[in-house]
Design a protein around this ligand. Structure first.
Ligand code: TYC
Length: 105
């Protein structure tokens, strides 16, 4: 394997690159709406994304002012669980809050 490529020795550079390749990462994004309360969004950021009270308020206000905002970056399984947790919490509490994920470029 990898024998005919110039400047590579079998079992060295190319194999190492394949072995150490990082998994894809996903941004978890909160979307703004007109009805979810600010307190609910802050609590979600604290409880689901482990943000401090201050960080949670800054992120919530950024989403409120800009339409969306990144709450964290995770491997796919973790990102999917965060999105499901937020959307389920929102539904259970009668809030229209939506959370989505997007692969990091
Ligand atoms: N815009 C909402 C309000 O004025 C607050 C809000 C912030 C809603 C962030 C969703 O992701 C959100 N009550």
């Amino acid at each position: 394997m990898g024998g005919n490529l110039p400047d590579s020795k079998e079992g060295t550079e190319i194999d190492e690159q394949q072995k150490t390749k990082e998994p894809p990462l996903y941004k978890v994004i909160l979307l703004n709406d007109d009805y979810t309360t600010m307190d609910f969004v802050v609590k979600v950021l604290e409880d689901v994304f482990n943000k401090s009270s201050n960080e949670a308020k800054v992120i919530m206000l950024s989403v409120h002012n800009n339409g969306s905002g990144v709450c964290g970056i995770y491997i796919r399984d973790i990102a999917e669980t965060k999105v499901l947790t937020v959307n389920t919490l929102a539904q259970d509490n009668g809030m229209p809050l939506k959370c989505v994920m997007e692969e990091v470029e």
